[in-house]
Ligand binder design. Sequence first.
Ligand code: ZN
Length: 133
Amino acid sequence: MIQRIDHLGIAVKSLDETVPVYEKALGLKCGHREEVPSQKVRTAFFEAGEVHLELLEATDPESPIAKFIEKNGEGIHHIAFYTDDITGQLAQAKEAGCRLIHEEPFEGAAGKLVAFLHPKSTHGVLTEFCTSK
Ligand code: ZN
């Protein structure tokens, strides 16, 4: 069952340029930074109440984030729902006719298991399910 919105993913060209903007303009504090080699991204997390912001910078031109920015420019990239049953959530989405980008959850940022639904199946929103390991 989905329990909350965990984070919003935001595609940016440069963490070094963007992190200070979020810190100075919004007064948020960067919690931690991390590289996720499997997704070819570097991330920086901010806490905004119970929801986090995940800034995403590509580490490779073939990164999904580089491709997203090329097509859409910087901005909101995905919405992530925290669930206590990621496998069940994927099965439910598949049953409802959604196209899964990942049939099986894999290790994402912040030590969580994640999996994505294709935005064409969710009316334009790249949707992530995440859960604690
Ligand atoms: Zn995410």
